[in-house]
Design a protein around this ligand. Structure first.
Ligand code: NCD
Length: 313
């Protein structure tokens, strides 16, 4: 796994471990330029003649859709492989062989897979860069980046900031990537709110504390909510549980509604990587603090356009 070190050209994006603060700044600056350009109605042709394969072994709406949109908005083309059960995988083809196939057709592969570490494994046999679009309960670096980008459009990351992450912190890969990213800003404080069964992995808390960021773990949602500048809600990841009973036990642990929101700060922002199941009541959607539909998703496209442009041109 190569460090970015200010140069994204032809590099795979596997983990946030590859990024330093300066690299994050480059992506954000590029994303903002692209956002401004799109808002002015500019048409981009930076990736004309380039092809992206989207190789998705797990369900996806936003990540898949926004990568496809991003490539096309940059003038490039796509090979959309969704529902891998309909491909040669069904006949028994290995991940490595599938990667060799699409690396020979395209210039970049965006891949989602249920196994942690699978994208790193794929990148070792690939002749073209691979972008991790979620590897099981591991990481989801592009979601982490778009989440942090959204935070940075509301708050100065160099100033004190409390971010409260709620829900399935054990299996939620977006929480893992975002936590790692936040360690680049030493004024940030993280409060993790989850039922004990879904605590954030020690691998992540060790990383966070080693890099000098203060964090707290609690089950008390109400108390944490009062302190939040950023509230990051997540879905309980049903598909990662061994049995339905253990999922049912924790699935409705924390639900945000308008009543609970009364105690929150006026300038707080409410985020969610989506899909939302029932952890945010729908009447919260119209609260001015809610940015999951109004900003976060679009930022995902700007951010992914920025990354593709930096990697491919
Ligand atoms: C997330 C994921 O796939 O990890 N979704 C996404 O990419 N926006 C979160 C989730 O599925 O809960």
């Amino acid at each position: 796994m190569k460090k970015i070190n200010g140069n994204f050209y032809r590099k795979s994006i596997i983990s946030i471990d590859q990024f330093e603060k300066e690299d994050i700044a480059i992506v954000f600056k590029t994303a903002t330029q692209i956002k401004k350009g799109l808002e002015k109605g500019n048409v981009f042709t930076d990736l004309k003649g380039k092809l992206l394969t989207a190789l998705f072994y797990e369900p996806s709406s936003r990540t898949f859709g926004s990568f496809i949109a991003s490539m096309q908005r940059l003038g490039g083309g796509i090979i959309p492989m969704h529902g891998m059960q309909n491909t040669s995988v069904k006949k028994g083809e290995t991940l490595e062989d599938t990667i060799r196939v699409f690396a020979s057709y395209s210039d970049v592969i965006v891949m989602r897979h249920p196994e942690t570490g699978s994208v790193a494994k794929a990148s070792r046999v690939s002749k073209v860069p691979i972008i991790n679009a979620g590897d099981g309960i591991g990481e989801h670096p592009t979601q982490g980046l778009l989440d942090l980008y959204t935070v940075s459009t509301h708050f100065d990351l160099a100033k004190p900031l409390t971010i409260v992450m709620v829900g399935d912190l054990k299996y939620g890969r977006t929480v893992h990537s975002l936590s790692k990213l936040l360690t680049n800003y030493n004024q940030v404080k993280i409060i993790y709110v989850s039922p004990k069964e879904l605590n954030v992995p020690t691998k992540i808390t060790d990383y966070v504390s080693q890099r000098g960021v203060v964090f707290k773990q609690t089950t008390d949602f109400k108390a944490a909510l009062r302190q939040a500048d950023v509230l990051y809600m997540t879905r309980v990841q049903k598909e990662r549980f061994d049995n339905v009973a253990s999922y049912n036990k924790v699935k409705d642990s924390y639900i945000l509604d308008l009543n609970k929101l009364k105690s929150a700060k006026k300038k707080m922002i409410i985020m969610h990587p989506l899909p939302r199941i029932n952890e945010i009541a729908t009447d919260v959607d119209n609260d001015p603090r809610a940015v999951y539909f109004s900003e976060q998703m679009k930022n995902g496209m700007y951010l992914r356009m920025a990354l593709l442009k930096l990697i491919l041109s």
